[in-house]
Design a binder for this molecule. Structure first.
Ligand code: GP9
Ligand code: MN
Length: 626
């Protein structure tokens, strides 16, 4: 029989069958959101690219029997991986990660409900494996098993080229897909389940190695630094002013300070927030900087909850979701607070489903808790107004005192908004992003105003303090031309760029009556110590921020890239600028600024050491107040 009939290069057939099956699973059994035809295309090709890479390796196996065996078993193992993820997905709307596999709880949860997650039609997922099995056993003699060297090299080169092409398209569609250690759904969508698992394993082993080599001996130097540079003397006048009150924290998506008390086309952009600036119960911080990096919203959350810096690469929520933290929700929990996050997005986004419990949050009201329809959503999902409205029923039932964090969504790039929600006109420049930004900022402003009304109506307002903070910039430097036109400047200098990293911070204390505008140089790293001080809580802690109301503060606010701001200077691009007028300082006048840059670098690396080494696992923070 050998040599007669049709001779199939079996690995190609297997690639096509397995690729098609994988595509069907991605497209119809996982609910991956596809926003445009490019995403559709990438999703379509990546299963075939991965399959080709896996199966083309078989050509290097000399013995035909072993070659067939390789194809059979790889198809089976691949299918089992897909299937395990599918079953997991049906329960958690998420993909398996290595830390998750090792963490007993989740698997336990799954165990009890596994039968309800298995569907009868799942057997069809194995149809290609059975067919391949049959073909490779029965018709072994009809398939090509002996390839010339040039054919082998060709297959390998082609599979690698296809993979590079796939990664290239993915990176084009989602810049920094890998360095941002972004959401698992994105990774699966763009590079496929198998590459995602390889990436996850790589990330995991890197984290584990750093974890293993840390032994806590790094801590004394860090403690010494915090004691001498960070720790403040005494209490601020506002210490305990909000003792026992609820804390309502609003993370305002992409809200930058330049829109506050400003207009576009002659129209006020944020009338409600502007009224808060004037309000006697509100402190408004006009020199408050975001300190986020690639993890954007999640980085800002990390700063707020821990008063530690996020990482220079990737989202620390994703890369270090399993660390020991000593975060605000945990400390508040010890003081009898119930803590929760309300955010109408997928709970796996930014690994929040794993990170929130690590931070000590009691509950996360995610997308599932909201009624999201075509009519009430835009862009990234549920619009902010229905988000706050629908959140009220949860807020009302929370046991007091509570700490509730609301994360808004509508004012997110690319700043889409329905005509009917647009109270002010778009700007007119070469940047659609900037043009669209103003009406969505206004929409968010209105939604926060409505939320205040609801809080008053429900009687929650008087027992609470409300903090509103911009999470990070919304308009990147790609839009500098339009931005300079809007700000009426010739150009956006490096100094202007740093100043554009200011985000609004409002601390609203109902009935307080002493609110003012504060020019303190401040940042997201300061929120945790400030909240603790307002609530009158003294915690044993390691952190890098200061209470905003205590005059004894460290002199600088460090941005994550090593730039920093003091009341006199702005350090960026290896130069020092005068804080007030933005002029570049010469070498002589900038000596102390340059020296400070070393301290800033040291501080950032101490914070990184804590995270990479998971150093808090070696500390037993004192639960008692001093
Ligand atoms: C996602 C939302 C936006 O849940 O927080 O994240 P971002 O893209 O701003 O980092
Ligand atoms: Mn954000």
């Amino acid at each position: 029989m050998k040599g007669r009939g049709i001779r199939l290069p079996l690995y190609v057939t297997v690639t096509l069958l397995f690729g098609l099956k994988t595509y069907i699973v991605y497209r119809f059994l996982f609910s991956l959101e596809l926003e445009n035809s490019m995403q559709e295309f990438i999703l379509f090709i990546n299963p075939f690219v991965s399959a080709f890479l896996i199966f083309a390796i078989s050509v290097w196996i000399k013995k035909p029997v072993r070659q067939m065996k390789y194809l059979r078993y790889m198809a089976l193992i691949g299918t089992l991986i897909i299937y395990a993820n599918l079953v997991f997905y049906r329960s958690f709307s998420d993909f398996i990660t290595i830390p998750q596999l090792m963490q007993g709880d989740n698997a336990g949860d799954l165990g009890s409900s596994i039968l309800s997650l298995v569907k009868f039609y799942d057997v069809f997922l194995f149809a290609d494996v059975i067919f391949i099995w049959y073909l490779s056993k029965k018709y072994q003699d009809r398939v090509v098993t002996n390839y010339p060297r040039s054919g082998k090299v060709c297959a390998l080169a082609l599979s690698l080229a296809l993979m590079v092409g796939n990664f290239f398209l993915a990176e084009m569609e989602r810049p920094q897909l890998f360095t941002r250690a972004f959401d698992r759904e994105y990774l699966v969508k763009y590079i496929g389940l198998f590459n995602y698992h390889v990436y996850d394993a790589f990330l995991h082993s890197k984290v584990k190695t750093q974890h293993v080599f840390a032994d806590g001996s790094e801590l004394p130097a860090i403690k010494e630094y915090v004691d001498t540079v960070i720790d403040q003397d005494g209490h601020s006048e506002l210490f305990g002013v909000a003792e026992g009150k609820n804390v309502i924290f609003i993370s305002a998506e992409s809200l930058q300070s330049f829109v506050i008390n400003n207009t576009v086309n002659g129209q006020e952009i944020t009338p409600f927030l502007n009224s808060l600036v004037e309000d006697e119960d509100t402190y408004y911080f006009e020199n408050f900087y975001h300190q986020t990096e690639q993890g954007k919203t999640s980085d800002s959350e990390f700063l707020v909850e821990n008063s530690l810096y996020p990482l220079p690469r990737g989202a620390v929520f994703y890369t270090h979701g399993q660390n020991d933290y000593h975060a605000l929700p945990e400390i508040l929990g010890e003081e009898g607070y119930y803590s929760t996050v309300l955010h109408a997005n997928n709970d796996s986004f930014y690994n929040r489903d794993q990170m929130y419990p690590s931070l000590g949050f009691d509950y996360f009201y995610d997308q599932e808790a909201y009624e999201v329809t075509d009519g009430n959503s835009i862009g990234w999902g549920l619009k902010d107004k229905p988000f706050f409205e629908q959140s009220m029923k949860y807020l009302e039932t929370l046991e007091e005192p509570f700490y509730a964090k609301f994360i808004t969504l509508t004012n997110h790039f690319p700043f889409e908004l329905d005509e009917m929600d647009m109270s002010i006109d778009r700007y007119d420049s070469n940047s659609n992003t900037l043009n669209n930004y103003f009406p969505t900022v206004r929409y968010m402003d209105e939604s926060i105003e409505d939320f205040f009304t609801l809080l008053k109506e429900e009687g929650i307002y008087d027992d609470s303090i409300i903090i509103i903070m911009g999470d990070h910039y919304g308009i990147s430097s790609n839009h500098n031309k339009a931005m300079s036109m809007y700000l009426d400047k010739e150009e956006i200098t490096p100094y202007d760029h740093v100043q554009l990293q200011r985000v609004p911070l409002f601390i609203h204390i109902p009935g307080h009556g002493e609110g003012t505008v504060k020019s303190t140089i401040s940042g997201q790293i300061d929120i945790k110590p400030t909240v603790l001080s307002l609530l009158g809580i003294e915690a044993d802690d390691i952190y890098f921020g200061n209470d905003l109301f205590n005059d004894d503060r460290k002199e600088y606010i460090a941005l994550r890239n090593g730039d920093f701001i003091t009341k006199d200077y702005i350090y960026t691009n290896d130069s020092c600028y005068d804080f007030t007028n933005g002029e570049v300082l010469d070498e002589e006048t900038s000596t102390s600024c340059m020296e400070m840059s070393e301290t800033v670098k040291k501080e950032l690396s101490y914070s990184d050491d804590i995270i990479y080494g998971d150093l808090f696992r070696f500390i037993k923070f004192n639960k008692e107040k001093y």
